[in-house]
Design a protein around this ligand. Sequence first.
Ligand SMILES: NC(=O)c1ccc[n+]([C@@H]2O[C@H](COP(=O)([O-])OP(=O)(O)OC[C@H]3O[C@@H](n4cnc5c(N)ncnc54)[C@H](OP(=O)(O)O)[C@@H]3O)[C@@H](O)[C@H]2O)c1
Length: 343
Amino acid sequence: MTNNRTIPQPRTTGILYIGALIPLILVVTSYFGIFNTNHNNMSEIKNVILIGAGGNLGPSILDAFLEDGSFNVSVLTRESSSSTFPSSVKVHKADYNSIDSLKAAFQGQDAVLSFVGGTAIGDQEKLIDAAIAAGVKRFLPSEYGSNTPNPKVVEIVPIFKGKLGAVDYLKKKESEISWTSVITGPFFDWGLKVGFLGFDFKNKKASLVDDGKGTFSATNLNQIGKSLIKILQKPEETKNTYVYVSSFETTQRDILAAVEKITGDKYTTENASSKDLEKDGKEKLAKGDFSSIPILIKSAAFGEQNLGDSTPEGLWNEKLGLQKESFEDSIKAAISGKLLGEK
Ligand SMILES: NC(=O)c1ccc[n+]([C@@H]2O[C@H](COP(=O)([O-])OP(=O)(O)OC[C@H]3O[C@@H](n4cnc5c(N)ncnc54)[C@H](OP(=O)(O)O)[C@@H]3O)[C@@H](O)[C@H]2O)c1
């Protein structure tokens, strides 16, 4: 007798199907954060409060956060302040001399971003103390400019010790709060618009430092806002470190060539050496004349020593996923009195 019983075959097709599904399952679970036990994931920083958001830099940052929409954003302003904000934004007022008042404003916040200006830059310790008391996870001090960790820069611009002091204080408090300090170089579109980069569009004049040949990094205001969003979305990678970002690496000569090409105008130039600017600025500073500050910053930022070039420090643009911007469009916006992207 023959045995008609069919011998069961291994179910290879089923196994193949499951095998093919595994990569898909992994992609889907990682995308939606399923099974993710890492508490430093994107959702870690959700509530952010901006201090001093009504100044030169702050409004562009606030706009970037509002447009992005992934964070709950509010602002903190002094009780005496006349700053105004869009009606959709929650505004906290506090007495900056009272830790309790500041702590109440920071309650429930994951990150505090400081954009305070002037003398308040050297006085951020109480903001940091209040953030710690309120259980805030990340503090970003008011930095946003020259490479202050470079001692050569601080030697030229002694007032930067205030920025350095805020980071030194944060370093001592790392067991209680994390920090990120963002170096941007001069604001590009804003600096062109207000003349800080040495261009007078009305009178077709350019004031160059060391013949305009020094390379420096510079960042548009909206790009700074985008950088901050990306930094907060990558809390682990950006923890307790300086982050260098830029829109462009350029020289005053490059900008002059672009301005002349765009406008079809020939500009007259004047030149000052970075050494003379430093001497002049330091003499003024010794007399308590604060008009010395932009003079000293220009000496450090545009001088032939290339102290304004952030590339040797390692730019974070790619790591953060920042998009490239148009150099020419940024200059065109500034010539028409606007920031890049401003309506
Ligand atoms: N890289 C560059 O080209 C460049 C250019 C400009 C500025 N920056 C840097 O960017 C940051 C912000 O500068 P900014 O020009 O935007 O500042 P700002 O306009 O001078 O001031 C920003 C805000 O700080 C608050 N503030 C001012 N004085 C204060 C005080 N004594 N105590 C407490 N709060 C005070 C005010 O907010 P409330 O009135 O709302 O309280 C003010 O609106 C600074 O670190 C600055 O060095 C860089």
